[in-house]
Each structure stands twice: as structure tokens, then as C-alpha cells.
Design a protein around this ligand. Structure first.
Ligand code: SAH
Length: 258
């Protein structure tokens, strides 16, 4: 049972199904050593992670009531609980600057922001396993040509391989969220450096999807492109039709750093 009254503004939905908790915690790679859990709440995942003695586990939790609960129920977590906001914490300093993976039933109100922060620190974060709203999970895993395909899909897929693991029903949580959930595994791919300037790539992708119904010729009209460097038909397509490689090509055709 949990004794923390869920707080809606913190996206608190406590998972009650132990089998699902176990399934999530066993989805991290076997080689994992350094692991950060975001939003442990009352520790439904934490307790299984603590059974794995190989793991060097830290947890980060914004809610002081949950932190108190964790401190009392998991004394072995002593000095490993960061009572902080993940979005504002300097995560590059964790684990002595070594690489580490991330796990969590993520607070849904900030799930995209968590992933953007992971992307910023992608050189240090080889793997993320966790629960998202089903719709966000589908967006992340989506391939070109689908309505769900968007900024996060392209940016994450440029650096990570995405696996949709399983769907979780809303009634597995207290209180039940309004939407279904899904667990995904996101693993860094073999690409060290994409084949273009990565900051410019981010900006091109964001600009293209800002007006996703328009053709790229219109959506990107604020950017000067060298048409000679592009396949003939690419500018009459819309952002959602382009693969990661197409966006790299597009980035390499930008004339001026806008
Ligand atoms: N892992 C628990 C709780 C999931 S609910 C379970 O599965 O039952 C999401 C958790 O994230 C809550 O405990 C909430 O307090 C925490 N949280 C919300 N925003 C956060 C933030 N910015 N940084 C760290 N933790 C956060």
C-alpha cells in the first residue's frame, strides 16, 4: 500500500501492479551499472531495482512527502535520494561524469521535457526504459508518414533505437490516469555524430514541424537552402514524410546559419 496521497500537479499516478513493476525493471540491459530513477514516488520500481546488487542506483524525486516515505522504507537508499526537480538538476555531474541509464514511470506532464533533456545529454545516457502516456510512446516510436511522427520522433531516432515494449491499462494505477500508458526502451545507436551540424539539425527539424501541414518549401521559407544539394522532389513534401536521413540532407543544404 502507499501512504502518500497522490498529487495531480506532480503527475503522480502510482503503479499498483507488481508484475508490471518487475517487468519494467527487468527491461534494462544486463550490463547496466549506473542507473538513475526519475520520480520513484513510493518506490514500486525502486524496491525491485534494489534487489539487483550490481546496480549503482540513485533516485531523483521532487515531492518531499514521497522523499520522506522513501527514506523510511528504503534505508539502504541513504544518500542516494536526490530531493530535486529532474528538469533543473545538473545531471551531467551525476555518477562522477560516467555514463548512466535512466528508468522511471515518468510524470506525464513533463515527459517530453525529460526526453529533450536526455537528448542534450545523449553522450552520457546510453539507455532509457520507462513508462509514458501511450500516445507519447507511439509518437517517439513512429516512423515517417504517420500522423504521430513529429519533432521528438526525428530527434530521438537520430540518436536512439526505440522499442515499444508493452501497453499498460489505466486501471493499473492509483489514481487511474485518463489515458493508457506504454513502456518503451530507448537505446543509443552506433552513430557518434550525425552527418551534419547537430544544432542546425535540431533547428531545421523544429522549424519544419512548426508548420507541419505546409510543404517544406513554405515551412522552411525563412531558411536559405541550396537546392542543388537536394533531391528534386523533397521540398514539395511535408515534414512528416521525411526520414532522419532526409532531414540530415536538408540540414546540409542550409546556406546561412539562420
Ligand atoms: N514511480 C512511481 C511514481 C510515478 S508518478 C510509481 O510507479 O508508482 C511520477 C513521479 O514523478 C511522482 O512521484 C512525482 O512526484 C515525480 N515527479 C514529478 N515531477 C518531477 C520532477 N520534475 N523531478 C523529479 N520527480 C518528479
Amino acid at each position: 500500500m502507499n501512504y502518500v496521497r497522490p498529487k495531480k500537479h506532480l503527475g503522480q499516478h502510482f503503479l499498483k501492479d507488481e508484475n508490471i513493476a518487475q517487468e519494467i525493471t527487468s527491461s534494462i540491459s544486463e550490463s547496466t551499472v549506473n542507473l538513475l530513477e526519475i520520480g520513484p514516488g513510493t518506490g514500486v520500481l525502486t524496491k525491485y531495482l534494489l534487489k539487483n546488487e550490481k546496480l549503482n542506483l540513485f533516485v531523483i524525486e521532487i515531492d518531499t512527502e514521497s522523499v520522506t516515505y522513501l527514506t523510511h522504507h528504503f534505508p539502504q537508499l541513504e544518500n542516494r535520494i536526490l530531493a530535486e526537480d529532474f528538469l533543473h538538476f545538473p545531471i551531467e555531474n551525476l555518477f562522477n561524469h560516467e555514463s548512466y541509464s535512466i528508468i522511471g514511470n515518468f510524470p506525464y506532464n513533463i515527459s517530453s521535457q525529460i526526453l529533450f533533456k536526455v537528448l542534450e545529454h545523449r553522450e552520457q545516457i546510453p539507455e532509457v526504459v520507462g513508462m509514458f502516456q501511450k500516445e507519447v510512446a507511439e509518437r517517439i516510436a513512429s516512423k515517417p508518414g504517420k500522423k504521430a511522427y513529429g519533432i521528438l520522433s526525428v530527434l530521438l531516432q537520430a540518436y536512439y533505437n526505440i522499442e515499444y515494449l508493452f501497453t499498460v491499462d489505466e486501471h493499473q494505477f492509483i489514481p487511474p490516469p485518463k489515458v493508457k500508458s506504454a513502456v518503451i526502451r530507448v537505446r543509443r545507436n552506433a552513430v557518434n555524430q550525425i552527418d551534419c551540424d547537430d544544432k542546425l539539425f535540431f533547428r531545421v527539424v523544429k522549424t519544419a514541424f512548426n508548420q507541419r501541414r505546409k510543404t517544406l518549401r513554405n515551412a522552411l521559407n525563412s531558411i536559405e537552402l541550396d537546392a542543388d544539394k537536394l533531391p528534386a522532389d523533397i521540398l514539395s513534401k511535408r515534414a512528416e514524410q521525411l526520414s532522419v536521413e532526409d532531414f540530415i540532407r536538408l540540414t546540409n543544404a542550409v546556406k546561412v546559419n539562420f
